[in-house]
Design a protein around this ligand. Structure first.
Ligand code: SF4
Length: 497
């Protein structure tokens, strides 16, 4: 996706440009159904930071543009950039390495940011071939939060500012595993969402209270997450580190107003831990109410962070949807993955909070995880039963994945790490390595089974129809659903040929 290049060009004062790229698997999306594409918010903050110092900066997001690596290369080179900032995840690290290598051959300075840098920092000393490939692809790597660090680095390189050699600083941090944190979020410039972007990153699933909303903007109010889940990877979160840095609510409100003025109809808060600090979320809600901002919004939360008072307050200023990490219905699995000390209390809290959400008319997506260490089929059945009992609007079932930047991977014996590193690809949507007490095939089967047992039952369908009565009158919904079904069938037939 091209992002407001014209708008940015009109104010840029430096001739050399910067291209920001979020890499994806070209032409082989893991998903055959609609996917909630979150924007690469860190790249958008970097883009605004660069724009402030006068650079022309454009974004290519392969998540939504679905271009091949050759097409991306052509688009990038057509703007003759001096720098390319490449963000990627473990599952497409080879694409990122290839793109970086090709760009460097054309004298573009490449900077790696995002979760694949965390991945690299683990494999850096372990695997000489990987290290060599990495060095061929990237001039610099920012390990941790790139939002402020990246514009600073480019400024240093471009204006050849005196001081220590930047490369040495970054690599030193990389090899000592020092992670850059975003401790001064008040210095961030607001990201720019064009009309096209607000539509491309819209929440795609039907939710009655969000009906008709087509344009979404994304905001982050805090960085870092204070919890210590064993499966936590940069692949599934939006910020780095454990220290929770918060922005001043007044500044957040200002940014929301900025987006509303640009046409946003809803806001998605991208914090990893928006509800972790009650004072923060309550101050934010108070500030929204004082400014009479009542735009619909959604956010992520853990069940143990939620209480009725906070939720009531949040609904008064627009909360419509929560994505909640329930993870498992088996107490021991909650404790094993380090989600909570007491699995019993965690599940009691899940049972306590969902009726409150229903009562307050807050839609929910319950996120579950299967294939967790030592998990049995009985444990998965407990999760399915819990999902059916709490009746969220949607469930999402991810597969436990040992990304190299997870605490879980880092505690594994060498022999397991080696096996994981030989995997052809990995993604939380597909099982490539089983930590559970069952085969990879069975973990994948249980994922499908989970979805079927949750969605294909009368109780759920009745609830869905009741909440979404008007939806079936919309022709576009029916045609989209039909197209998606046909698409999926064609892909399945093609795969089994
Ligand atoms: S709550 Fe989420 S972001 Fe925080 S440590 Fe756990 S998995 Fe990571």
């Amino acid at each position: 996706m091209d992002v407001s290049c014209a708008e940015i060009k009109s104010i840029s004062t430096i001739k050399d440009s910067v291209t920001l790229i979020r890499v994806d698997h070209s032409f082989q999306s893991f998903f055959s159904h609609p996917r909630h594409s979150h924007p690469p918010l860190d790249l958008l903050y970097i883009q605004s930071g660069l724009r402030e110092i006068g650079f022309d900066a454009c974004l290519i997001d392969m998540w939504v543009s679905r271009q091949s690596i050759g097409q991306v290369l052509q688009t990038v080179l057509s703007t003759h950039p001096k720098f390319a900032i490449i963000k990627a995840y473990t599952w497409c690290i080879h694409v990122s390495l290839e793109l970086g290598r090709l760009l460097r051959k054309k004298d573009v300075i490449t900077i790696a940011v995002g979760q694949h840098v965390n991945h690299a920092s683990v494999l850096w000393e372990e695997n000489a071939t990987f290290k060599n490939n990495w060095l061929q692809a990237f001039d610099f790597s920012i390990h941790g939060a790139p939002e402020l660090e990246c514009p600073r680095l480019i400024k240093k390189l471009f204006f050849k500012q005196p001081g220590k050699n930047s490369s040495a600083i970054i690599y030193q941090q990389f090899s000592t595993n020092h992670i850059v944190s975003l401790s001064q979020p008040e210095h961030l410039s607001y990201p720019q969402f064009t009309d096209k972007m607000m539509k491309a990153y819209a929440f795609p699933f039907p939710v009655a209270s969000l009906r008709g909303i087509k344009k979404w903007a994304y905001v982050q109010t805090s960085w870092g997450c204070p919890y210590g889940c064993l499966h936590c990877s940069g692949a599934v979160r939006k910020s780095f580190g454990k220290t929770h840095y918060k922005r001043n609510p007044t500044q957040v409100i200002d940014e929301i107003i900025f987006h509303i003025q640009k046409g946003a109809q809803a806001i998605c808060f991208e914090d990893d831990a928006l509800f972790a600090d009650k004072r923060h979320i309550q101050a934010l809600c108070d500030a929204m109410m004082q400014q009479h901002i009542n735009i619909p919004w959604m956010a992520h939360a853990r069940p143990d962070e939620l209480d009725e008072t906070t939720l009531k307050k949040a609904t008064h200023c627009g909360l419509k949807l929560l994505k909640i990490g329930v993870e498992s219905g088996a107490k021991k699995q909650i404790e094993i993955i380090g989600k909570a000390r007491s699995g019993k209390k965690w599940i009691e809290q899940v049972r306590h909070i969902f009726p409150i959400l229903h009562h307050l008319n807050i839609a929910s997506i319950a996120m579950f995880m299967i294939g967790t260490p030592g998990e049995t089929s009985e444990d998965i059945k407990r999760s399915i039963l819990l999902a059916r009992e709490i009746l969220p609007d949607y469930v999402q079932v991810q597969i436990f994945t040992p990304y190299p930047d997870t605490p879980y991977y880092q505690h594994l014996p060498q022999v397991d790490r080696k096996e994981i590193n030989r995997m052809p690809s990995y993604h939380y949507h597909r099982c490539q390595w089983s930590a559970a007490r069952m085969s990879k095939k069975n973990v994948s089967r249980y994922q499908i089974h989970f979805y079927r047992l949750f969605y294909l039952r009368t109780n759920y369908m009745l609830q869905f129809l009741k909440k979404n009565k008007d939806l079936f009158k919309q022709r576009s919904f029916l045609t989209d659903a039909f197209k998606s079904f046909i698409n999926k069938r064609v892909k399945e037939i093609w795969r089994t040929r």
